[in-house]
Write a protein of this length. Structure first.
Length: 527
C-alpha cells in the first residue's frame, strides 16, 4: 500500500476542531438571528393591529367627549397618551379637516402603516383619529436586541471552542504527540517496545489503537526472533557448506591437476604417434622406392657384367690378333644395346631417386617453396607406384600444367599419400580393380583438389568421426586412426585450407581447397 506523504503545513487537530466550531457557531448565529429578527418583526406588525383595537376600546369614548366639549387640553392629553404607546409612531386628531393634535412622523408606507379611526358622539361623526405604526423604531429595537444576542452567542461560541480546544488536547492530541514520539524513538533505535499512555486507564479508542499497535509489536518481535534464529541457522549451514565446498574444491583441484598431467601425457603421446605416423609413411616409401630402384640397378649390374664379358672376350681376341670384322660389328652392336639398357635403367633409377629425394626432403623438412602442382602430383604418384604396381588399382591425375603453388609440398605429399593408402587399405578392401581420381583446378587464388575413389565408401559413423584422432576400423590390424587426423591438421594448419568429406554415390570423395600462396605466419606445425 502506498504511503501518502504527511503535509507539514496542516493545522493540528485541536486547532482545526476549534476553528470549525467558531465558524459553525458564527454561521448558526447568523441564520438564527436573521430568523429571529424576521419573526419578531412580523409579530410586532400583528401586535400593532391588536393595539389599534385596544386604543379604539379604551380611548375613543373620552376622546369623543373632549372633542364634543372642545376641550383642547383633554384632546392633547389623550393624543400624548396614545403617542406614548410602544407601537405608535404617529398620531393625528382632526375634526372637520382641522388638525387638533399631531405628533410623530408620517410613515414611508402610509397605506399599510396608518389606520383612520372615526370619533363618534351619539352616532354622529365628530372627528377622526389617525394612528401610524412605529415601524422604523421597532425595527431598530429588534436589530439592536438581535445584535446583543449575536455578540453573546459569539462569546459563548468562542468560549466553547476554547474549552473544546483544551479538552481535545488533554484527551486526544497530547497522547497522539506522545505516542508519535515513542514510535520515533523506536524507529531510530530499531528496538520494538510497547507503547504506553500517560493517563488513567480508560477503555476508549486510544487504548484500542495502542493495544492493537502493541499486539503488532509483539508479533513483529516474535517474527524478528524467528528470523534471527533462522539467520543464525542459515549462517551455520553456509559456513558448513563453504567448508565442504572448500574441501571439494581442493579435491577437485587435485583431480584437475592429475587430469591435466594425464592430458599433457596424452598430448605428448599423440604428437609422438603423429610423428611416428609421418615417419612410418616415409619408411614405407623408402622400402617401396628401394624395391623399385632394385630392378633398374639389377638390370644395370647384369648389363655391366655382360659388357665386362664382351670386353674380356674382345681383349683376348685383340691380344691374339684374331678380331674379324664380324666380331667387331657384333661387339659394337652388343655394346650399343648394353649402353642403351644401362643409360635407360640408370636414368630410371636417377628419376626415382630424384622423386624420392623431393618428396622425402619435403616431408622431413617442410620447406616453403614454389612448385608446379601437376609435376608434383605426378612425383607423388611415382613414389606410390611400388605399392600400386602390386595391385590392379589405377590412379588418374587430372591437373592443368600451369598451376604454380607457393606452399609446403611435403604437406601435400603426406595428404595425398595418406588418402591413397586409405583408399588401397580400406576403400578397396574387397575390390580388385579400384580407381582413384585426383582432379585439380585453380579458381582465382584458390586451388581446388577433388580426391575420390570408387571403393566401398564410409559408414555413417566413419563419416562423422573420420577426422577424429584415433578413430580407426582397423585397430589391431595396423591402423592407428591418426592418418586422417594428420591430413586434417596438415590441410587446415600447414596448408591454410579446408578439407571436407563430400557425399558420393560410390566410394568416398574429399574436397580440398588451399590458397595458391600461403601466408607466412610462423614455422608450420603439422600436428
Ligand atoms: N577411402 C576410404 N574408404 C573407406 N574407408 C576409409 C577411407 N579412408 C578412411 N576410411 C576409414 O576411416 C578410418 C580412419 O582413417 P585413418 O586414416 O585416420 O586411420 P587408419 O587408416 O585406420 O589408420 P592409420 O593411422 O594407419 O592411417 C579408417 O579406419 C577407415 O575405416
Ligand atoms: Mg590411414
Amino acid at each position: 500500500m502506498a504511503i501518502v506523504p504527511y503535509k507539514k503545513s496542516s493545522l493540528p487537530i485541536t486547532w482545526r476542531i476549534a476553528i470549525s466550531i467558531v465558524i459553525a457557531s458564527i454561521v448558526i448565529n447568523a441564520i438564527s438571528s436573521a430568523s429571529l429578527i424576521y419573526i419578531n418583526y412580523k409579530e410586532e406588525e400583528k401586535q400593532f393591529v391588536y393595539h389599534v383595537d385596544e386604543i379604539q376600546a379604551s380611548h375613543m369614548t373620552s376622546l369623543a367627549n373632549a372633542l364634543w366639549h372642545f376641550d383642547n387640553k383633554q384632546i392633547r392629553v389623550q393624543g400624548e397618551g396614545i403617542y406614548n404607546l410602544y407601537f405608535i409612531g404617529y398620531v393625528r386628531i382632526s375634526s372637520d379637516d382641522n388638525t387638533l393634535y399631531e405628533r410623530g412622523e408620517v410613515s414611508r408606507n402610509p397605506e399599510n402603516d396608518h389606520f383612520m379611526i372615526p370619533i363618534q358622539q351619539n352616532d354622529r361623526l365628530i372627528g377622526e383619529l389617525e394612528v401610524g405604526f412605529a415601524r422604523d423604531r421597532i425595527l431598530k429595537d429588534i436589530i439592536y436586541s438581535a445584535q446583543k444576542m449575536i455578540l453573546m452567542q459569539l462569546v459563548a461560541g468562542f468560549l466553547l471552542a476554547l474549552l473544546l480546544f483544551w479538552r481535545v488536547h488533554r484527551i486526544i492530541t497530547r497522547h497522539l504527540i506522545d505516542l508519535n514520539k515513542q514510535i520515533s524513538i523506536q524507529k531510530e533505535s530499531s528496538e520494538h517496545q510497547f507503547l504506553t499512555l500517560d493517563r488513567e486507564i480508560y477503555n476508549d479508542e486510544l487504548s484500542a489503537v495502542v493495544d492493537s499497535f502493541n499486539q503488532l509489536t509483539e508479533e513483529i518481535n516474535d517474527e524478528l526472533i524467528k528470523k534471527e534464529t533462522a539467520q543464525k541457522a542459515l549462517a551455520e549451514t553456509n559456513n558448513k557448506l563453504e567448508q565442504r565446498v572448500e574441501e571439494r574444491t581442493k579435491n577437485l583441484q587435485v583431480a584437475i591437476d592429475e587430469l591435466n598431467d594425464t592430458l599433457e601425457n596424452l598430448r605428448n603421446a599423440q604428437s609422438q604417434l603423429i610423428e611416428s605416423e609421418k615417419l612410418s609413411s616415409l619408411g614405407g616409401m623408402v622400402a617401396g622406392v628401394a624395391h623399385e630402384i632394385n630392378t633398374p640397378i639389377g638390370l644395370c649390374i647384369t648389363t655391366h657384367s655382360f659388357i665386362k664379358d664382351l670386353f674380356k672376350d674382345m681383349r683376348i681376341r685383340f691380344d691374339s690378333g684374331q678380331i674379324s670384322k664380324n666380331n667387331f660389328t657384333e661387339f659394337m652392336q652388343n655394346m650399343e644395346e648394353s649402353v642403351d639398357i644401362l643409360s635407360k635403367n640408370l636414368e630410371r633409377a636417377a628419376n626415382l631417386i630424384q622423386s624420392f629425394k623431393h618428396v622425402s626432403e619435403d616431408q622431413a623438412g617442410e620447406a616453403l617453396r614454389k612448385f608446379n602442382l601437376n609435376d608434383y602430383l605426378h612425383e607423388i604418384n611415382s613414389t606410390l607406384n611400388p605399392k600400386l604396381k602390386t595391385t590392379l588399382h589405377k590412379v588418374k591425375i587430372t591437373c592443368p600444367e600451369d598451376i604454380e603453388l607457393e606452399g609446403f609440398p611435403g604437406a601435400l605429399s603426406q595428404v595425398i599419400t595418406n588418402l591413397v593408402m586409405n583408399s588401397l587399405l580400406h576403400g578397396f578392401e574387397d575390390i580388385k580393380q579400384g580407381k582413384i581420381t585426383i582432379k585439380a583446378e585453380q579458381q582465382k587464388n584458390t586451388i581446388v583438389i577433388v580426391y575420390s575413389d570408387d571403393g566401398k565408401g564410409l559408414s555413417s559413423e566413419s563419416q562423422a568421426k573420420i577426422f577424429e584422432p584415433f578413430y580407426t576400423t582397423k585397430r589391431g590390424y595396423g591402423g592407428t586412426g591418426l592418418g586422417m587426423h594428420l591430413v586434417y591438421n596438415l590441410v587446415s594448419q600447414t596448408m591454410q585450407g579446408t578439407i571436407q568429406l563430400q557425399e558420393a554415390d560410390k566410394g568416398c570423395t574429399f574436397l580440398i581447397t588451399i590458397p595458391a600462396k600461403v601466408k607466412e605466419i610462423e614455422a608450420p606445425n603439422e600436428s
